[in-house]
Unconditional design. Sequence first.
Length: 564
Amino acid sequence: MDKYEKEVLDLLKKELKKEVSLSRPPDSAMGDYAFPCFVLAKDMKKAPNVIAEELAGKLKVSGNIERIESKGPYLNFFMKKGSVASDALKKIFKDGAEFGRVSGKKKVVIEYPGPNTNKPLHLGHVRNMALGYSMSRILSAAGNNVITVNINNDRGIHICKSMLAYKKWGKNDSPEKSKMKSDFFVGKYYVKFAEELKKNPDLENEALEMLEKWEQGDKEVVALWKKMNKWAFDGFKKTYKTFDVKFEKEYFESETYKKGKDIVMDGLKKGIFEKDEDGAVVADLEKEGFGKKVLLRANGTTVYVTQDLFLAKQKFDDFKYDKSIYVVATEQNYHFKVLFTLLKKLNFPFADKCHHFAYGMVNLTTGKMKSREGTVVDADNLVDEMVAIAKEETKKRHKDISEKELDKRAKQIAMAAIRFYLLKSDSIKDILFDPKESISFEGETGPYVQYVHARCCSVLKKAKLEVDAKVDFELLKEKQEQELVSMLNEFPSVVANSAKNYKPSLITRYLLDLCQSFNNFYHCFPVIQDDKKLEKARLLLVDCVRSVVENGLDLLGIEAPRTM
RNA sequence: GGACCUGUAGCCUAGCCUGGAUAAGGCGACAGCCUUCUAUCCAUUUUUGGAAGAGAGCUGUAGACCGGGGGUUCGAAUCCCCUCAGGUCCGCCA
């Protein structure tokens, strides 16, 4: 709540002797705040529009309130434009990159993207990375100490499948020899396995045998595993660099998959879990609606959820977090519900600090992505393709641009297009990845927002005047200007809301609205002009828009270009 | 069989948590604006047609009884119940 809202509320409270809440009128021309009078109708035994009218007459304007009007059952408050603009723009100008950020000490651990080492990162991981990256920035802006961790699923039957295929058909080939990015090289054999499996179903058993050998520490199998995992990791590293993803700590399933047993045994002792007739340890989650869940197999080995129990505790021991966020697809909703329920049953103090940040699947226009069938868009290929298109578009507009500058701009634009596209809709929803639409540089896209930033920079550069906050704020009296000011003012609460609800899409949405509003203003009124006083005021406004756009894009992991 | 999620103009989405005024944006369609270039002209002006877009611009119009039904409420896209459709999951795989 800002001080203006408080001022209005105080005035109402004084008159009504009770707490009420305000809303926003649908159109800024109808006022800055509105008080719907329905809530008073019963007590006062009067029609809401009568109450509104009476209040409008009774309430005395003061302070920053300019006037009060009744409109039907609503009481609308208009604030003094000059003081709102003065407060907002001065603060934005002064705070710069800090505007919208608050300080705090809470520790948040965020885990993503959790790759499997049997294939390269694909479009699904790209959404994961875009969300994880942006979410960590948003949380950090909202005053959290954010720690990024990654869990590598580097062992298991799926890993053995690509290993087996390489062993059988790889003929000692290597990424270097075949001039392939190393994780793509590994992925090739995962696809190969699936193809061969159709002809020879027995391969499934061979892979299982290999897994057993791996678990027994068979030298040859472990050596192959190390070799192929290194290829996978080397490839991932390059992709992470493209997406600017870094981790404070990495966990490896190969090192933790046997752990968690103690936790389960302890739970068994305390009677939280039970043994079934086959000797497996199970948790009865019928009451919660999750059925019976095996935690230790009859042979005493752990399962997926057991390992995650251990990792949750490990992460807490490592970081003593206030919040632990898992960025994992919605497919695993059930798994995380079970995991968190188990943590609660085990009375871990961090049980209710865990949050599954779920995101929907990315489907292709051609159907569902299946890495086994090779119908995926790989992260690296996607980036390459987008960069190529951005290059072409940029070339069209700048005939004599240097190759180096072109590369830089194209990459900036391509990454913005990808990130923005994946962040703009609610993360819970499945999205359809339409390559054609995603590469469009018109409409609700990252490049559109970037363009506004470039445009602001261009105006500021062309103007001969120095930008400062010593301007006559009363001059910003056009509707478009006031709307911009009030939108800029909202940025901090948008950031807070976005962090609280884990919704990066609120930032994208806000930026689109702001940019549209700015383009409208820019189109209607000249900034650079003979009236230097007005020019100065507008320049400050432009600079504040630029600043907020930059801050907003930063939260999405998108660079704000000075030129495009 | 059970659990969870999603259904909003032709298409893609926002709003749902925290109920409030006319359901907001984008794509596509249609109609315009602005700038430049070009064609028509001896020249100017006007008109018209074409092309490109200010560093990737703007405005307007048409298009939705918010999947359907019921309930709560002064008031429901929003909350509750039922129902239909789509998706995902429910393994001693990870």
